[in-house]
Write a protein that binds this ligand. Structure first.
Ligand code: 8YV
Length: 321
């Protein structure tokens, strides 16, 4: 009988990642890539030492309470950890890790795509062409918002926020941000700091969200805060759907208070509110912020590095609980 730790693997992972899992652990893979509900997940964890979930596997307190005594670590294949009740894990002495840094570039690319897709009406244009409905051209045709030289605001100037701001500088945008603790001047790289979200919002021609979903940030962008943005602003969300009050966002898009929104994340994914489908000035992507082959591999290796460190008796680099 091998004494390699048993790892429940949440979803189908890249070949190289599954290869390393098979070499160093006794993995319980998910070849069909099904999203497992709580009862099945708990059942699978019987006798397991670790679980490597994605954000699609939900581990609230009631699930964590039913995990077996043998389970010692939740090594997330994600940077966001809002699908795990960290306090409940901590209470049970279960270590939790995530995969920061490795997905910052890929997510920043999607944030810029969302900004440009929203600003330049990419959904509308794409739909029109594909439907064979592009019949004429005129100077007034599909006029959008130019972002070059405008103000780019960031809520949550962490790893992804900083990389995204750097990419926005490529469009000569002036960077504004808010964060609980101000960055040092090297990290700020000329970005203008605002102490509160309310102070920041009037300065954002484009607002990009990069803060985690926590009870404090639930519906952070509500009707009152959306109203503080300049008329015709653009909202970009590649962080978590929970941060935005979707009804308020849709209202702001319908009235034209916001010129457009570029969204990669939603509440209750993948069952997004169908009201979005009718809103022309929303550029919508299906949570693909980190979906590149390089990044998927890197996320798996980072999660495995955390598992390796833990089972070698050390402290995993990315411990969050
Ligand atoms: C991932 C993400 O695709 O890592 C995160 O927090 O939101 C995504 O980019 C997903 O979470 C993988 O589990």
């Amino acid at each position: 009988m091998s004494d390699k730790p048993v790892v429940v693997v949440g979803r189908k992972l890249p070949e190289a990642v599954e290869g390393r899992l098979a070499r160093d652990y006794r993995p319980k893979f998910n070849p069909e890539d099904r999203v497992r509900e709580a009862a099945e997940l708990i059942d699978l964890c019987t006798g397991a030492d670790a679980i490597m979930p994605c954000h699609s596997e939900h581990l609230p307190a009631e699930v964590i309470a039913k995990l077996p005594e043998s389970l010692k670590i939740i090594a997330n294949y994600s940077v966001g950890v809002d699908h795990v009740d960290l306090a409940a894990a901590k209470d049970r002495g279960i270590v939790v890790t995530n995969t920061p840094d490795v997905l910052s570039d890929a997510t920043a690319e999607i944030a810029i795509l969302c900004m440009l897709g929203a600003a330049r009406r990419a959904s509308e244009g794409n739909r029109l062409v594909r439907a064979g409905q592009w019949k004429s051209w005129s100077p007034a045709f599909m006029v959008g918002t130019q972002v070059t030289g405008k103000r780019f605001g960031v809520i949550g100037m962490g790893r992804v926020g900083q990389v995204t701001a750097q990419r926005a500088r490529g469009f000569d945008m002036e960077i504004h941000y808010t964060k609980r603790r101000r960055l040092d001047s090297a990290q700020e790289a000329g970005a203008i700091y605002h102490q509160t979200v309310e102070d920041l919002l009037p300065h954002c021609d484009v607002l990009s969200l990069h803060c985690p979903a926590t009870p404090e940030t639930l519906d952070l962008m509500n009707a009152e805060r959306l109203a503080l943005l300049p008329d015709g602003a653009i909202l970009v969300n590649t962080a978590r759907g929970a941060i935005v009050d979707q009804a308020a966002l849709m209202a702001a898009l319908r009235t034209g208070k916001l010129a457009a929104a570029g969204l990669d994340v939603y509440k209750d994914e993948p069952h997004i509110d169908p009201a979005f489908f009718e809103i022309e000035n929303a550029f919508l992507l299906p949570h693909i912020g980190s979906a590149t082959s390089e990044t998927r591999d890197a996320m798996g290796f980072r999660a495995l590095d955390n598992l390796d460190a833990f089972f070698a008796g050390g402290e995993p680099r990315d411990r969050v609980a």
